[in-house]
Design a protein around this ligand. Sequence first.
Ligand code: FAD
Length: 415
Amino acid sequence: MRTDFGIVVIGGGIVGACTAALAAGSPVFSNMRIALIEAQPPTMPPPEQGVDLRVSAFSRASERILESFGAWSSIAPAHRSPYSDMVVWDAAGKPRGAASIQFSASNSSEPNLGHILENRRVLWSIYSARAFRERVTVLQGQLTALDLDADRVELALADGRRYTTQLAVGSDGSDSVSRRLAGIDTSGRDYDQAAFVTHVRTELAHGQTAWQRFLPDGPIAFLPLADGRSSIVWSTSPDHAQALVCGPAEQVEAELQAAIDGVLGAVKLDADRAAFPLRMIHARTYCTERFALVGDAAHTVHPLAGQGVNLGLLDSAALIEVLGDALAAGATAETFCEWRVLRRYERWRKSENALALGFIDGLNQLFASGQGMAASARRWGLGLVDRAAPLKRFLMTRAMGTGGELPRLARAHVP
Ligand SMILES: Cc1cc2nc3c(=O)[nH]c(=O)nc-3n(C[C@H](O)[C@H](O)[C@H](O)COP(=O)(O)OP(=O)(O)OC[C@H]3O[C@@H](n4cnc5c(N)ncnc54)[C@H](O)[C@@H]3O)c2cc1C
């Protein structure tokens, strides 16, 4: 049956836009029309100066996926903040002390552990990539209806426009409307925490190091920015996060300095302040007939390990790989997205993501479990991990996105 599009991606955040761009840039999809429904597509490049509050740590795997269609290198080096080291410690321990874990690129063959980038700059680099501009039809609007039939999908936008497609991909974030319309349930919980974010100047240089200290209410991270500042993500109780957003600057600066154990000396606020509620969500299935979920719509994780968008980009690359392989093996524009193909994607990514979600959630609980025996065990465990080379290497490769079952685009290019 003829449809308006072969693939319609619902939600054009980083993960959805990347999914559309990957399909657009792959020769096996060249006969297929691709659309992206987004309520608020970016209309102009971010200003040259300044660093937006929303930044993320991007792994090596994400870098490779974005570079596969030229998006990564289109971001000016001045806007990419590489970090070469990471130091993680417990509230009761000391940075670089016996009960800390230290990761360093100098112990690997990699030039750095990853990059801190502004979300808006990454998004713009995807929307302005050649494959995206030439092959993706952006439908600005809000999805309100989704009918999944055996032979096609019908979609409707809030203003009444209607479209048909062979496959719909839900990438409309953690409150995903498409997931609800597709009848997919979720598991998870609210963390009763919010992430306070801002940027600060510090007395001492950050040394391209990501510093993270686990406090009883949640972890605080100082992430190094290329302009010498550090970006803060402090997961704490919702009331405390609100007090940090609204409180007097000197008081908040003193709290930040104490929370990171003075490791970077005096702290000066140097940006707006905001807070985001935190929760964990995992979709019970990733696909139904002619429909697949990617990114935060499939899984929303605590920011403590800086993995949310990285897991989402791996979903994008895996989904497009599975669909592309089906087309290359002779599937038609009608059969490339049939249930048995989508199930391959689901089996692959759901198990990888479940592992990451369990690990991240477990870490948050472990560090929230107060003082006494739990704290002693934790400090002992941190020191142990730091000295256990194979386990440390496993954690490092997972964090850099170079471990696990990777999509081809995320693997190292071997010349
Ligand atoms: C404080 C904080 C720090 C974080 N730090 C990191 C980090 O260091 N590293 C990392 O990997 N991750 C991090 N994350 C997580 C990361 O931000 C998310 O995982 C990522 O942004 C999800 O991208 P997405 O494209 O899946 O969803 P979103 O960014 O939520 O995009 C969804 C898109 O869908 C659109 N949309 C929604 N509903 C509709 C509709 N009905 N119709 C049309 N369009 C719709 C929205 O406008 C939006 O553009 C952090 C998160 C927080 C809160």
